[in-house]
Each structure stands twice: as structure tokens, then as C-alpha cells.
Design a protein around this ligand. Sequence first.
Ligand code: CP
Ligand code: NVA
Length: 308
Amino acid sequence: MKRDLKSLQDFSSKEILELLKVAIDLKKCKGRLRNDLKGKSVGLIFQKPSNRTRVSFEVGVSQLGGQCVYLGPEEINLGKRESTEDVAKTLSRYLDAIVARTFSHQTIVELSQYATIPVINGLSDLFHPCQALADIMSIQEKFGRLKEINIAFIGDGNNVCHSLMLACGKTGANIHVATPKGYEPNADILQQVQKEAHKTGSKIKVGYSPKEAIKGADVVYADVWVSMGQEAEREERLKIFQDYQINQELVKSANPDYIFMHCLPAHRGEEVTKEIIDGKNSVVFDQAENRMHMQKAVLLFLLKKFSK
Ligand code: CP
Ligand code: NVA
């Protein structure tokens, strides 16, 4: 039976911890080429731009001996030139896995429903699971544990926030999310997170005060205020989010050895100041690097351990 990574809900806590170990091991053997994916092809369907996701998958797959086929918006035109169902069924005859970055999460769900090969969500409007997996790997590396780590997520309760919350719920890390009113995390996803947290002992809080969220935080996390596809709301969002900037004043209440995290791309002067993101506590490029190690682990998990 094929498995997918549409959201972290597709993986158990145990599987996520297993992925962490494999990714950390893969990082140790950085650069050493392997043949695990020899003869395998991975399609990258992207409806939106990307630096990290595309490059880390392309290079990661090539390091494992496989190849990628990039399918940008012009090539596939999902749902317009051809239905998502027909795309999924056709690509399943050529490829061994699909990575998809879509506007609507429903497109990921449909791809997974009709594809006979694993489908990996490379960002949708609801989730960014590959990002969250690399994030918890980065936290594990810096602190040596996830349990009892306090994460403050400050900004938009969107895709990155949802996946990070799920990652916390599933691994026992604590998270305090602060968003402006009207930009809270999705209520259904919050409920799923709380169910997971109940099993692992993770503490989940959602509120409106960045000052409250950051108190005693080990990890301070930011995402952009204007996500891809929301460009028309830019002016309005910049005003609404202005009190949610991560700056020197705000981080005074975090733990002195806190780390600053950001999925990138970043907008210096908006969600974070230059001195914070380029400062000594920032680990944003370790996070970016870990995307590749973690995605290699995910591919090995989906393609080697489980046959299609
Ligand atoms: N963080 C992330 O997914 O980056 P890209 O949009 O560049 O892929
Ligand atoms: N929330 C952002 C994340 C980018 C990696 C977006 O969806 O554009």
C-alpha cells in the first residue's frame, strides 16, 4: 500500500522520530553518494515559485542516485489543461513519487487519491510538512531534545504554523502561537493538534499577544506576513501584522540562548528585523540545509520501506 505525506497526520509520532534519526544520519554522511533511488524518478509539480523546496529535492534525489522532473505551472497547468485526476494517473505510469506545491490543499488530496505512487506535499494553503520536519530536526540538533522545548510562533496562523503545531503535538514540544485577530490557526487543525498533544504531553497555546508567546521561549519562529497567492492583500496585511514583528525589544523576554527560526523567504523589516535574522541566535540557514537531509529521509521512507 503506498503512503503519502500530505500532512504530518500521515505519519505517526514513532515514524516522525524514526525520520529524524535517519535525516541526522544522512547529514553526517553529507555529500556521500548513494544508490538507494537508482532508476527512480520523482516529479516536482509546482504551481508557485520555490528556491529551497525545489533545489533541495532535486539535489537530494540526485545524491540518492535518482532523477527529478520539474513540472512548473506552464507544463502541467493542473485542473486547467487537464484534470488533476488524469495528471495523477498519467504521472503514476512514469514516475515513482510526486512532490507537489499547490494553491489549494484539495489538489494535494486529489493527487494522492488518484496517484498510485507516493505524493509529498511541498506546500499547500494549509500545510508545509517538509518544512516542519526540517524544523524539528533543527531544534533537535540545537537542543538535543524536543520535549519541554518552548516554541513561540509569531505571525500568521497559516500553512507553516499548522505543520509546526502538528510537529509539536506529535513529538512533545510545546508551542505558543500569537496571531492577530482573524489570522488564527484553522480550528479543525487545532483540534487535531490538541488530540496529538494529549498523547505526547505537548502544551499547545493559541493567543494574540506576541509578548506572552515569547516569554521564556527557546525557539522564536516567524513566517512571512504575505504568503504566496495573497499578494493582493499586501498593504492591508502589513498594517494588521505590524505589532507582530520579531525585533530586539521583543526577544528580550525569550530565553537568552533562544534560537531564531524562519522558513524563508524572509522580508527583513517586516516580520523580522535584520539584526535578528542575521544575528547570532539565527539558525535559518541550518534549517534551509536540513530541508534536504530530511526530504531524503522522507523519500527513503516512502520509496524503500513501503512498496507501491
Ligand atoms: N521554505 C520554503 O519552502 O522555501 P521555498 O518557497 O523557497 O521552497
Ligand atoms: N507561508 C509562506 C511560506 C513560504 C515557504 C507561503 O505560503 O508563501
